[in-house]
Structures are given as structure tokens and as C-alpha cells.
Design a binder for this molecule. Structure first.
Ligand code: IMP
Length: 210
């Protein structure tokens, strides 16, 4: 069976590969993308993941996996939340978004810097759809640490390993991240569901727009 992974985000592609393994994923190429903002009109991570997966299932005809994820800071009422990728406005880089976040949080003491990464992973196929929601807890540091990962990883401190997400190796992040938890549950459900029981020689996951 071919499954479409609806993202062009290289960080996410690498992570989903790490989580699901080469057995399921062979990146076959990119397809045209619609504007993410036109598709992600929902008010929750789950809605947006489903909207993305439905959209690319409709346009490709393939069973499609999509995720929607972001950072929720408790003291900011869950912001940036579903707007994590757009935080700071158009043209802002990951570093710019981190700078904005640290500025918003500059008066918060260590006890008030708790946050979570949240991920909804959805799969949509001819016969139905399913979504899995997972999160991981952390603390937002006052300055960035580490070079790995992407997005807000350098300021997200994960207490059980004593490192920021940007200091984790790819395999450590694949063990503990919100995305790995959601995608692993989805992958487990997919293999139990029998949807993957009809392998073909050209089985692969291809990628398209985020
Ligand atoms: P999405 O592509 O709409 O799911 O946007 C997710 C945004 O949330 C990303 O652009 C990042 O800013 C942030 N984000 C989600 N997952 C992670 C992660 O694992 N590490 C760091 N930032 C993340």
C-alpha cells in the first residue's frame, strides 16, 4: 500500500522516518502544495490534522497521513498553540519565533515556565479516518541550548533527560516526542487495522506539502 505523508517540513519527514522506520517510508518526491493557511482553518490540532489529511487524500487518492503540532505555554493560556508556526507573523524564522516567545515570557519565574508540545496525527483513507492526540511536558528556558531538531526545540527543556529537545539525538527525540507518541500510536493502529495487509512491490510513503 502507498501512503502519502502530507508534509514538506524536512524536520518532520526525518522524524517520521525515524519513528516508523524505512519499512514504511520511502520518500518518492514532492507534489504541489496548497497554502497551509487555506487548509488549516480548524480551531484544534485534531481538526487541522484531519483537514490536511482529508485535503491531500482527496487530491491524491492515496491513504494520507498528516500531523498538526505546536507548543502550548501554560502561563500564556496555551499560546502559541495552533498558531505556533505563524507566531511572530509572516517571514519570521524559527530564531525570531523563539525570540518573541522569550520576550513574552521574560517576567515569568522558573515555576511559571511549564509548557507542552502537542501533536495530532491523522490518517484518512477511502473507508474512513482516525486521529491520535499526544503531548509531552517541558519547561521553557530563558535562552536557547542545542543545535538539533527544529522550531522551538532549543528552548524546550525535557526534565527526564535533563536536556532541551535540541540537545537530544534524533533517536532520543524519536523515543519521547509528542510526534513520536502520536505517530507510533497511529502506526500501531494501522498495522492492527489490516489496512497495510495488502503490500505491493511499489509500497512507499511519498511526501507533499505541509
Ligand atoms: P505545523 O506544521 O502546522 O504542525 O506547525 C507546527 C509548528 O509548531 C512548527 O513550525 C514549530 O514551530 C512548532 N513545533 C511543532 N513540533 C515541534 C517540535 O517537535 N519541535 C519544535 N517545534 C515544534
Amino acid at each position: 500500500m502507498r501512503i502519502l505523508l502530507a508534509t514538506t517540513n524536512q524536520g518532520k519527514i526525518a522524524e517520521v522516518r525515524e519513528i516508523m522506520g524505512e519499512r514504511l517510508i520511502e520518500v518518492a518526491g514532492l507534489m504541489d502544495s496548497a497554502s497551509t493557511e487555506e487548509i488549516e482553518t480548524g480551531l484544534t490540532f485534531a481538526e487541522n490534522a484531519l483537514l490536511k489529511a482529508r485535503y491531500y487524500h482527496r487530491t491524491s487518492g492515496l491513504p494520507t497521513i498528516a500531523d498538526d503540532s505546536g507548543l502550548g505555554v501554560d502561563a500564556l493560556g496555551g499560546a502559541p498553540g495552533i498558531y505556533s508556526a505563524r507566531y511572530g507573523g509572516p517571514g519570521t524564522s524559527d530564531a525570531g519565533r523563539i525570540a518573541r516567545l522569550l520576550d513574552e515570557m521574560k517576567d515569568l519565574s522558573d515555576q511559571h515556565r511549564s509548557a507542552r508540545f502537542i501533536c495530532a496525527a491523522a490518517v484518512v483513507w477511502e473507508g474512513g479516518e482516525k486521529v491520535f492526540l499526544e503531548e509531552v511536558q517541558g519547561v521553557i528556558l530563558k535562552e536557547a541550548r542545542g543545535k538539533n531538531g527544529f522550531g522551538y526545540d532549543p528552548v524546550f527543556f525535557y526534565e527526564p533527560l535533563g536536556k532541551t529537545f535540541a540537545e537530544l539525538t534524533p533517536s532520543e527525540k524519536a523515543e519521547v516526542s509528542h510526534r513520536s507518541r502520536a505517530v507510533r500510536r497511529l502506526a500501531g493502529w494501522l498495522s492492527d487495522s489490516g489496512l497495510l495487509d495488502t503490500p505491493r512491490s511499489d509500497d512507499r510513503i511519498v511526501t507533499t506539502a505541509d
